[in-house]
Design a protein around this ligand. Structure first.
Ligand SMILES: [Cu+2]
Length: 120
C-alpha cells in the first residue's frame, strides 16, 4: 500500500487500489454491441459494503481512435451500483470505474470486457 505524504510526488495511478474490492456482472453475458447493463458491488478491505460512492464509468477499447463511452452508475442498494453502458462496436473493451467515496477519496478500478460481439 502506498501512502501519500502531503501533496508531493503523488502521481495518480490507474492501478487497482488494494483497499477496494469490485465484483461485477454484465447483462447480457456475453454482451453484444449496443446497450448492456453493468452491475457491481463495492466493498472495502474488511468486506464492508461501500455506500454513497459516486461512480463514473469510462468505456474504452484496446485500439486507438475511438471515442470513450461515458456513463454514471446509480446506487440501487447499499453498496450495489448499476449502470447502462453502450458498446459502440464489438471487440475488446475495458472499463475504467472511477469511484468517489463518501469520504472524498477517489478509487479507480479497471475491468476488462473482452469479446463484445458485433451487431448482426
Ligand atoms: Cu472499437
Amino acid at each position: 500500500m502506498i501512502v501519500c505524504l502531503a501533496a508531493v510526488g503523488c502521481a495518480p495511478s490507474d492501478d487497482a487500489d488494494p483497499d477496494i474490492n469490485l465484483q461485477w456482472e454484465i447483462t447480457p453475458n456475453p454482451p453484444s454491441a449496443g446497450m448492456a447493463q453493468l452491475d457491481f458491488t463495492l466493498r472495502d478491505s474488511t468486506e464492508q459494503l461501500i455506500k454513497g460512492a459516486e461512480v463514473k464509468l469510462e468505456g474504452n477499447m484496446s485500439h486507438p481512435g475511438m471515442q470513450p463511452v461515458l456513463t454514471t452508475a446509480e446506487e440501487i442498494a447499499p453498496g450495489k451500483y448499476s449502470a447502462n453502458i453502450k458498446f459502440t462496436m464489438g471487440g475488446d473493451w475495458f472499463i475504467l470505474v472511477k469511484s468517489t467515496l463518501a469520504d472524498g477519496r477517489e478509487v479507480r478500478k479497471q475491468i476488462e470486457i473482452a469479446g463484445v460481439r458485433s451487431e448482426k
